[in-house]
Design a protein around this ligand. Structure first.
Ligand SMILES: Cc1cc2nc3c(=O)[nH]c(=O)nc-3n(C[C@H](O)[C@H](O)[C@H](O)COP(=O)(O)OP(=O)(O)OC[C@H]3O[C@@H](n4cnc5c(N)ncnc54)[C@H](O)[C@@H]3O)c2cc1C
Length: 217
């Protein structure tokens, strides 16, 4: 119908009220103004269920400065979203969101990769583990269990506060245990105690199908 009117000659002969109706009719419906959220975005929002500071997307204010936080400012990275889980079940749910929608996933622990390798690259989902700060110490075996969001400095303090314990690792307190232990992690005590990885007895992993499983060394 509007197309017919555009072809009419002269269009000005239309009554104003009709013209107004037509102009309104030709406005895009409100749903066109905001494109529908991609399925991965809807899925991650559902996992967060309204929880504050749980997930962010590129259109959110301060996305790069407060969420992506590239370590190397010379390597721009644009992940499709940054998700901050509270526990392994959250990680599992986010991995399922990503894998069912063809989105790649990468974990970030302390973010101290010189090449920004923990930030999921362009179009990936970053799973920022900073809220995984649980810590417990078994004082009979002196085995500690802790979350992958710990940075080396905070981990040192907790190991010391729970029985004057320590482990081998590198010198920078801001480096995350997740990336540090997975590459080995050497420091001043490594000649005596080996690498950070040498201390790891078991990890809990989330596989691409969302399964949470223990993996022993
Ligand atoms: C200032 C500085 C000082 C350093 N000093 C030392 C040192 O003294 N000794 C030494 O050995 N190294 C040192 N490093 C190197 C550092 O150990 C590595 O860059 C390490 O990978 C950083 O870990 P991260 O968790 O902070 O980084 P991130 O950027 O978070 O992660 C780095 C990589 O590990 C992966 N990763 C992180 N967490 C997990 C997880 N939970 N599960 C699976 N994959 C994960 C990420 O996906 C990414 O690929 C230093 C680095 C910097 C920047």
């Amino acid at each position: 119908m509007p197309l017919i009117i555009y072809r009419s000659n002269p269009p000005i002969s239309l009554p104003l009220s009709t013209l107004r109706d037509l102009v309104q009719f030709n406005q895009p419906p409100s749903t066109w103004e905001t494109p529908p959220a991609p399925p991965s975005r809807r899925c991650l929002n559902a996992v967060c269920a309204g929880r504050a500071n749980c997930v962010a997307f590129p259109s959110d204010p301060l996305y790069q400065a407060s969420w992506v936080k590239p370590y190397n400012l010379g390597v721009p990275v644009k992940p499709v979203a940054v998700f901050r889980p509270n526990n392994a079940s959250d990680v599992s749910a986010a991995v399922i969101c990503a894998s069912t929608n063809g989105v790649t996933v990468q974990a970030k622990s302390g973010g101290h990769s010189y090449a920004n390798f923990g930030l999921a690259g362009d179009g990936g989902l970053m799973i920022d583990l900073q809220y995984l700060q649980d810590f417990s110490m078994d004082t009979s075996s002196w085995q500690a269990t802790f979350g992958a969001g710990h940075r080396l400095g905070d981990l040192d303090k907790k190991l010391h506060a729970n029985g004057n314990r320590a482990m081998a690792h590198g010198t920078c307190p801001g480096v995350g245990i997740g990336g540090h232990a997975t590459i080995g992690g050497i420091g001043p005590s490594s000649r005596m105690w080996g690498t950070a990885l040498d201390h790891v007895l078991e990890v809990e992993v989330v596989t691409a199908d969302g399964k949470i499983q223990p993996l022993a060394s």
